[in-house]
Write a protein that binds this ligand. Structure first.
Ligand SMILES: Nc1ncnc2c1ncn2[C@@H]1O[C@H](COP(=O)(O)OP(=O)(O)O)[C@@H](O)[C@H]1O
Ligand SMILES: [Mg+2]
Length: 230
């Protein structure tokens, strides 16, 4: 699914968190949003997810005006930093959760969860509870849970932010491979420029609620190294 953001603005009172954003995200691409804290990255993600509404402007999903669609209608999977798993549910139950509430048949749920456990390489951990997992394993489960509903779009807001560097590197490589296998339109927020450069097809640099530059990793890298103050 492609995403078109048209003249999107968001105000909190008199403060402009996003100002006239225009942006097209191609179907199946992996786009990274970078920029200083407070530059509007999460706000944009929340508006795309339907968790928040824009003050002005429109959001289109593959040619359909989706500005006012409900969260459910958008079929979006999201993972946030420290995205809490359900503590009282096992890994299996966490992943199956989105399928359960859609009353999918038990056989289908079972097949799907098995596949996802394989994908995140935690087949042997199905019966564990979140507090019996490492941070990296927990974020993989959160990703599997987001993927279980076969979303049209995957939104990741600093999903690996709280993890140590080695685990982050493993997970970003894993995400890159996963995206190659099954290219799903993915927006990935990170404050780590290196992470964005390694993972994304395209990078968007935000500054004070506006897009400062948008382009392929090479172009953005050049911009970052010649404007190192940003
Ligand atoms: N619910 C809110 N009420 C008031 N201000 C907010 C709210 N959410 C975000 N903001 C402000 O909007 C700006 C952008 O926030 P955010 O999108 O979270 O930035 P980022 O994710 O790039 O760090 C920040 O200045 C933040 O304080
Ligand atoms: Mg944020």
């Amino acid at each position: 699914m492609s995403i078109l953001i048209e003249n999107l603005s968001k105000k909190f009172g008199t403060f402009s968190a996003l100002s006239h954003i225009n942006l097209e995200i191609k179907s199946g691409s992996l786009v990274a949003l970078i920029g200083p804290s407070g530059s509007g990255k999460s706000t944009l993600l929340r508006i795309i997810a339907g968790l928040d509404t824009a003050t002005e402007g429109r959001v289109w999903f593959t040619g359909r005006d989706s500005t006012f669609l409900s969260i459910q209608e958008r079929e979006i999977g999201f993972v946030f930093q420290n995205y809490a798993l359900f503590k009282h549910m096992t890994v299996w139950e966490n992943i199956a959760f989105g399928l359960d509430i859609r009353s999918t048949s038990l056989n289908i749920i079972s097949d799907q969860v098995k596949q996802l456990l394989k994908l995140i390489q935690l087949e042997k951990f199905a019966d564990r509870y979140p507090n019996q997992l490492s941070g990296g394993q927990r974020q993989r489960v959160a990703l599997a849970r987001a993927l279980a509903i076969e979303p049209n779009v995957l939104l990741l807001d600093e999903p690996f932010g709280a993890l140590d560097i080695k685990v982050r590197k493993d997970l970003r490589n894993w995400l890159r491979r996963l995206h190659k296998q099954a290219p799903m339109t993915t927006i990935f927020v990170t404050h780590d420029h290196q992470e964005a450069l390694e993972v994304a097809d395209e990078i968007i640099l935000f500054k004070q609620g506006r897009i400062e530059i948008l382009g392929n990793p090479q172009d953005v890298y050049k911009h970052l190294t010649t404007n190192s103050s940003s």
